[in-house]
Design a protein around this ligand. Structure first.
Ligand code: ARG
Length: 491
C-alpha cells in the first residue's frame, strides 16, 4: 500500500492510499455505475473501505485482455455491432497505454479496476462503451482476471524455480565429491558429499514445480459468461472466449465459477511448501556460514555488515528467507478464513482475496531470485567440513557394518563394540581414522588391517552406492538424471 497522504475521520488520521487517486470530498456525486437505484451518495470512508482499486489495479492488463475477448465474442454473436466492437477495442487499447504510462487517474469512487476501466472507456468512446458489460458481471470478470494474472505468475515462478534448480545442479557438479558431515538431529551422522546435499533441494523444488503445474491445470477454465451467478439469456459463445484467453474450456457451473477461489488457495498452499523448502535451505546457509561451522562463505552481495560491530558479516538474505513463511502461511490462512462458511455465490468478502495472493506472488518470487543468487556465489570451505567430519566419528556405522559382514558379529553386538571404539577415540582425543590397529584390538581382538580402511571417510562415502545414495559416482549419475528431468538436457 502506497500511503501518500492522510484523511481525517472521527478525529483520527487514516491513510489515503494513492496520490493518483481522485480525491473528491465535496458533495458526493452519486456513483454513476450503480447509482440508478440510489438516492444518496456513499460516505467517504465507506468509499475507501469498499474500494479495491488501491491494489487491484495490478490486474489492468488482464482486465483489458478479458474485455477484448468478451467484446469480440459479443460482436461475433451479433449482440453488439462490429462497429461498436472496433470502438471498444480502440478505447481499451488507449486505456492500456494510459495506465502503462502512468497517465491514468484511478478513482476510489469507481471502486475497482473493472469500473475504472469501463468508466474511462465511456469517457473516451461514448455510448458504445456502455455496451461492453452486456452479458457479463464483475463477478465472472474478476474471477477471470485473477485467473489470467495468476496463470502468468505461476509460469514465471516455475521459471524462477527452474533457475534455482539449475544453480543447485551446477554447484552440485562442481562439488560432487566434496566430503562433509551429514547430520541427523544436527549431530554429525555419516559422511556425505556436498553435491548430494545440494541435490536433495533439487528434488524438493521439482515437487514444488509439479504442484504448481497441477494447480495451473485445474485453474485453467474460463469463468467468463457465468455473469453474476446464473449465466445469461444472451446467445453468448463461452468456448470462443475461453479459446481466445487460452483457457482449456469454459467452467461447467456458473455458480461455482463466480465463487471459486480454490485455485488461489491451491496456489498459496503450493507456495507455502516452496517457502518451507526455501526456509530450510536458508537455515542451513545461516548455520553453515556461522563462526562455529564455517563450512561456506556467503557472497558479500547477499550479506550485510553491522552498524556497531565492524567484524560482522550477517546472513540477512538467508534470515529473511527463513522468516518469510510467516507471511506466506498468513496469506494462505487469511484467504481460507475468508472463504470458510461463505454462502453461495459471490460475497464482497471475496474482494479480500487479492492482497494475500499478490503478496504471496511477490514474496515467493523475491525469495527464489535471492536464493538463486546466493547459491550461485556461495563458496564451500572444504577443510572446515573435513575438520567437522573428523570430530564427529562419522564412520562408526561403517565399522559396525564391517564387523557384521567380515567378523560375523550380530549387528546389536557390533553396535556395542563400535560404541566402545568411539569411546576410546574420544578418550585419546583423536578421530576414528587416527586410531591404530593396536588401539582397536583392545576392544575387538580379532580386528585385522582392513578395519583401518573402513574407518576412512572417503571410503565410507564411496561405498554408499545404493540407488539414491551419496557415493560420488552416484552423485554424478544423479546430476545427469536431474538435468534430463528438470532442465531438459543431457549436458
Ligand atoms: N472488486 C470486486 C472484487 O474484487 C469485484 C467484484 C464486485 N462484484 C460485486 N458484485 N460487487 O471482488
Amino acid at each position: 500500500m502506497h500511503v501518500k497522504n492522510w484523511i481525517k475521520f472521527n478525529n483520527r488520521l487514516l491513510p489515503n492510499i494513492d496520490k493518483k487517486m481522485e480525491n473528491d470530498s465535496s458533495e458526493k456525486k452519486i456513483n454513476n455505475i450503480w447509482g440508478g437505484r440510489f438516492s444518496s451518495s456513499t460516505d467517504g470512508i465507506m468509499e475507501e473501505f469498499n474500494s479495491s482499486i488501491q491494489f487491484d489495479k495490478i490486474l489492468y492488463l488482464e482486465d483489458i485482455e478479458g474485455s477484448l475477448a468478451h467484446s469480440e465474442m459479443l460482436s461475433k454473436q451479433k449482440i453488439i455491432s462490429n462497429k461498436d466492437f472496433e470502438l471498444i477495442k480502440t478505447g481499451l487499447n488507449q486505456i492500456k497505454d494510459e495506465i502503462s504510462k502512468n497517465e491514468f487517474t484511478f478513482s476510489m469512487k469507481l471502486e475497482d479496476i473493472h469500473m475504472n476501466i469501463e468508466n474511462r472507456l465511456v469517457e473516451i468512446i461514448g455510448d458504445p462503451g456502455k455496451k461492453l458489460h452486456t452479458a457479463r458481471s464483475r463477478n465472472d470478470q474478476v474471477a477471470t482476471d485473477i485467473k489470467l494474472w495468476l496463470r502468468k505468475e505461476i509460469d514465471e515462478i516455475d521459471l524462477n524455480l527452474l533457475s534455482l534448480q539449475k544453480s543447485l545442479i551446477e554447484k552440485a557438479e562442481m562439488y560432487y565429491d566434496l566430503l562433509m558431515p551429514g547430520y541427523t538431529h544436527l549431530q554429525v551422522a555419516q559422511p556425505i558429499t556436498f553435491g548430494h546435499h545440494l541435490l536433495s533441494y533439487v528434488e524438493m523444488l521439482g515437487r514444488d514445480r509439479g504442484r504448481l503445474a497441477d494447480c495451473r491445470k485445474r485453474l485453467n477454465e474460463s469463468p467468463l459468461g457465468s455473469a453474476a451467478l446464473a449465466g445469461t439469456s444472451y446467445p453468448i459463445d463461452r468456448d470462443f472466449v475461453a479459446r481466445k484467453l487460452k483457457f482449456d474450456k469454459p467452467t461447467d457451473n456458473s455458480m461455482d465459477a463466480v465463487s471459486d477461489r480454490d485455485f488461489a488457495i491451491e496456489f498459496m498452499s503450493a507456495s507455502s511448501l516452496i517457502a518451507i523448502h526455501l526456509s530450510r535451505l536458508a537455515e542451513e546457509l545461516v548455520i553453515w556460514s556461522s563462526d562455529r561451522f564455517n563450512f561456506i562463505k556467503l557472497p558479500e552481495s547477499f550479506t550485510t555488515g553491522s552498524s556497531i560491530m565492524p567484524q560482522k558479516r550477517n546472513p540477512d538474505a538467508a534470515e529473511l528467507i527463513r522468516a518469510k513463511p510467516g507471511r506466506i502461511f498468513g496469506n494462505l490462512f487469511s484467504l481460507m478464513t475468508v472463504l470458510k462458511g461463505l454462502p453461495m455465490t459471490y460475497g464482497k468478502d471475496m474482494q479480500e482475496d487479492k492482497e494475500p495472493i499478490f503478496d504471496t506472488v511477490k514474496t515467493i518470487k523475491l525469495c527464489l531470485i535471492i536464493m538463486t543468487g546466493m547459491v550461485k556465489k556461495l563458496e564451500p570451505i572444504p577443510h572446515k567440513m573435513m575438520e567437522a567430519l573428523q570430530n564427529g566419528f562419522p564412520t562408526a556405522t561403517d565399522l559396525a557394518d564391517y564387523l557384521v559382514t567380515n567378523l560375523a558379529i550380530p549387528f546389536r553386538d557390533a553396535h556395542h563394540f563400535t560404541g566402545k571404539v568411539v569411546l576410546l577415540a574420544e578418550s585419546k582425543s583423536c578421530s576414528l581414522e587416527n586410531l591404530t590397529l593396536e588401539d582397536i584390538r583392545t576392544v575387538i581382538p580379532n580386528a585385522d588391517n582392513n578395519i583401518l580402511n573402513v574407518l576412512k571417510i572417503e571410503n565410507s562415502v564411496s561405498k554408499r552406492t545404493s540407488y539414491g545414495g551419496t557415493a560420488p559416482k552416484n552423485v554424478l549419475m544423479a546430476i545427469k538424471k536431474a538435468k534430463l528431468k528438470f532442465l531438459g538436457n543431457k549436458k
